[in-house]
Design a protein around this ligand. Structure first.
Ligand SMILES: Nc1ncnc2c1ncn2[C@@H]1O[C@H](COP(=O)(O)OP(=O)(O)OP(=O)(O)O)[C@@H](O)[C@H]1O
Ligand SMILES: [Mg+2]
Length: 545
């Protein structure tokens, strides 16, 4: 291999098995983040064996002994003019490891050796490092520093939960669309909780044509939703409905905020529900409310007055439930979503936060039950966009309990989370810390950086410091889906985006044209009126004349 290798320096000073310094000729120093190769010796199966150690440049320093900051500017110029100015450059590199014959990454146990040459890591070597065999690979882009090196994530890494974190506009949704698309191609069952209708066009290609797998994608929407896009834009939308009469007592107490400690209220409500169910198979919250208010009229001697009082008190709690415009006369089974190799987008746009949260709770609870009981046997990936809304740091929501449960237990049964958020400091720490893989894009807010740092021990200080410098569509990836931390540039999407940035300049140009048109219209209207007044007065004069 060494024939084609480009030597860029030699190892200097103190070197260890995890980092080293190297010196380069000025002008030959590669840039920061470049990948290097050096040879080292490791004991493999008891034999000293030469291995290819890959490292990444963390820092590049240039300095001069002659040109020091104590010197006066004129003197500095004179030294330069007389050709006495020296310049040296050196870099610090972090060792990533070497690959074994079976393709696993190993950390060297021995230090690399000062005096040994360092080379630019060749493309083929990096490809082996950052790619996986086709059946295992989720292809997401290329290395930032080496655009010819493709980067893929290992599906095996998705056996743990994934967090996708970045500030607004950094490219989370764009990337999540790619990951979902790639996972679907590999046979995944995917449910996407989508508060802004960002994913409703995944079944369309960027050129507007249908995706090859469009038959395996469904958009669901609750009839109460006003939606961001119409069926005309999106194509067929399946209703996701919840029939109030299918709810059990616990769930009604949960939505109404009735604590299980209020025994009389809970029992009163339970009794009312029982009576109502005996009368009607399908009913609405307002029917329950009427029945509760009617508790005095119950003709039954064996009912404890405390219970009828409890029922009447329960009525006060129902206000929230009555306002929740989500219930219809039928219930959509989660089986419609739990289909092998199928992607379901749950479009929550145009719904109150509380209703979105409740729908998320229903869907996730049902999914968890079906998978944990073995009724559905294939891996399920749940994408939670804007996860801080569903599982906030402090408050509890309808869905926060089940999300925490999936975060803690889901992987045992094959339910995996993809938690997407722009506010890691506002999301519950348990949910983030359960994510063993993280894709982090640009983050400039120090509070959010700290939240990311404390949830991932794999994200070293250097990578953390690099987060503000990332461009849109660039990501740092750490955890079980890669052999070593990666800095990747995300590839272009082949599917249509929903919530991409609006073309602000184009739209404002349109506004200028529209405004001009209006001014012209107003002007011609004014002229028309003036003309009419003029003609009318002429006519009048003629009349009189
Ligand atoms: N890899 C990429 N290549 C090209 N364009 C990209 C890439 N990633 C993101 N963009 C563009 O950047 C803009 C913002 O991306 P995106 O909507 O994914 O950001 P976000 O992180 O989800 O933001 P928010 O938190 O506000 O939802 C979009 O217009 C998108 O088209
Ligand atoms: Mg987004």
């Amino acid at each position: 291999m060494s024939d084609s290798l480009k030597e860029v320096g030699v190892i200097i000073g103190e070197a260890s098995s995890s980092e080293f310094f190297f010196s380069s000729k000025p002008g030959e120093m590669p840039s920061r983040w470049e990948y290097l190769l050096t040879y080292s010796e490791e004991d493999i199966d008891g034999k000293p064996t030469q291995v290819e150690v890959v490292a990444q440049i963390e820092r590049v320093i240039s300095a001069s002994q002659a040109l020091t900051k104590e010197l006066d500017f004129e003197i500095i110029k004179k030294i330069i003019e007389s050709g006495l100015a020296d310049r040296k450059v050196w870099g610090k590199a972090r060792v990533l490891g070497y690959l074994t014959e079976s393709g696993d990454l190993q950390q060297p146990k021995k230090a690399v050796i000062p005096g040994k040459p360092v080379y630019i890591a060749p493309t083929e070597l990096l490809e082996k490092y950052y790619s996986y065999p086709e059946k295992e690979a989720i292809k997401i882009g290329t290395l930032i520093t080496r655009s010819e090196v493709p980067v893929s994530l290992s599906i095996k890494g998705f056996r743990r939960h994934l967090a996708l974190i970045a500030q607004t506009g950094a490219g989370k949704t764009y990337l999540a669309g790619i990951v979902a698309d790639e996972l679907l191609k590999k046979g995944a069952t995917i449910i996407m909780l989508d508060p802004h209708a960002d994913y409703v066009f995944l079944s369309r290609k960027t050129d507007g044509k249908r995706h090859d797998l469009s038959d395996r994608m469904t958009v669901f929407r609750n009839p109460a939703s006003t939606g961001r896009y119409t069926e005309g834009d999106v194509g067929k939308i399946q209703p996701y409905e919840i029939c109030f009469s299918d709810l059990d007592l616990d769930e009604i107490c949960l939505i109404s905020g009735i604590s299980s400690h209020y025994t009389n209220i809970v029992t009163g409500l339970g009794k009312t529900l029982e009576l109502l169910k005996a009368e009607k198979t399908v009913f609405q919250p307002k029917d329950l409310l009427e029945k509760l208010k009617d508790a005095d009229q119950w003709k039954s001697d064996d009912i404890d007055p405390k219970i009828t009082e409890g029922a009447k008190s329960a009525a006060k709690y129902l206000a929230r439930l009555i306002k929740m415009r989500v219930f219809t006369d039928a219930t959509t089974s989660v089986k419609e979503m739990l289909r092998p190799m199928h992607l379901s987008v749950v479009d929550l746009s145009g719904l109150d936060d509380e209703v979105s949260d409740y729908i998320a709770f229903r869907i996730l609870t049902d999914i968890y039950e079906k998978v944990a009981s073995g009724e559905f046997e294939y891996p399920v990936f749940v994408f939670v966009e804007e996860a801080h809304r569903f599982i906030p740091a402090k408050d509890s929501t309808y869905s926060s309990g089940i999300i925490k449960k999936i975060a803690a237990e889901g992987r045992k049964f094959g339910v995996f989370l993809v938690v997407i958020t722009q506010r890691p400091s506002k999301i519950h720490a348990d949910a983030l810390s359960q994510c063993n893989s993280q894709i982090i894009m640009r983050i400039t807010n120090p509070q959010d950086q700290n939240a990311v740092a404390s949830s991932s021990e794999r994200l070293g200080e250097t990578l953390l410091n690099d987060l503000p410098g990332l461009n849109t569509g660039e990501a740092v990836i750490v955890g079980e889906m890669t052999r070593a931390p990666i800095m990747a540039r995300i590839k272009k999407r082949t599917t249509r985006e929903g919530g991409s940035d609006i073309d602000i300049i184009g739209k404002m140009n349109d506004a200028v044209s529209k405004a001009k048109e209006e001014t012209l219209d107003n002007e011609s209207e004014r002229l028309r009126k003036e003309m009419k007044g003029f003609l009318d007065s002429d006519e009048e004069q003629e009349h009189h004349g």
